[in-house]
Design a protein around this ligand. Structure first.
Ligand code: IMP
Ligand code: MG
Length: 181
């Protein structure tokens, strides 16, 4: 589909599933090279990262890895809500662990800045970030994305796990809000 409508707004195709998977493949290769002989704990941040996580985990070659899922702050409408209050669902002791956060999008960087600090304060040996998307012009916090997928303009996108008020997560392709309409 070239364009879609969600909650009355029009979004146009930005990147196909196969283009997105090429970016995932590159992330996966780097992660495999860095962690092949280690025992990392991948922490996927729901809901947005479910599709990236599935595509990434299928492609990595790290025999002794673990994967768990957490939920953090919410993201409402088209604006980031800021500070994370707490992390839900982390049923693992991360002390001494090499953690790789698997995230859908780094926008202002607020969520990742807080989460990295939280995991470090809980004694993680190292904390790396794999993020499917990032918006360089929107970054406001000192966040380093160790495994970046695809850089985007500072526009609102949906699909490949990302939602607009909960719609659009299931779409395999990525769409951008069409401001011309
Ligand atoms: P940050 O804390 O400002 O970096 O926001 C990160 C979170 O906001 C991501 O994990 C996404 O869930 C959400 N987000 C940021 N930009 C978009 C977007 O363009 N579409 C949908 N969700 C977004
Ligand atoms: Mg997210």
């Amino acid at each position: 589909m070239e364009s879609i409508t969600l909650h009355g707004k029009t979004f146009k195709l930005l990147a196909s599933h196969s283009e997105l998977c090429k970016a995932v493949e590159i992330c996966a290769e780097k992660i495999s090279a860095d962690f092949h002989s280690k025992e990392p704990l991948f922490i996927s941040v729901l809901n947005g990262s479910f599709m990236f996580t599935a595509e990434l985990m299928k492609r990595i070659d790290v025999p002794k890895c673990e994967l768990c899922f957490v939920k953090v702050s919410s993201y409402q409408d088209m604006e980031s809500t800021g500070i994370i209050s707490h992390v839900i669902g982390l049923n693992r002791n991360i002390e001494g662990r090499e953690v790789v956060i698997v995230e859908d999008m780094v926008d202002s960087g607020c969520s990742m800045y807080n989460l990295v600090n939280k995991f470090k304060s809980e004694g993680a040996k190292s904390v790396k970030i794999a993020s499917m998307f990032y918006k360089p012009d929107a970054l406001k916090y000192p966040v380093v994305i160790d495994y970046p997928g695809m850089a985007l303009e500072n526009d609102f996108v949906v699909g490949f796990g990302l939602d607009y008020n909960e719609y659009g997560r299931q779409l395999p392709d990525l769409y951008v809000l069409d401001n011309d309409i």
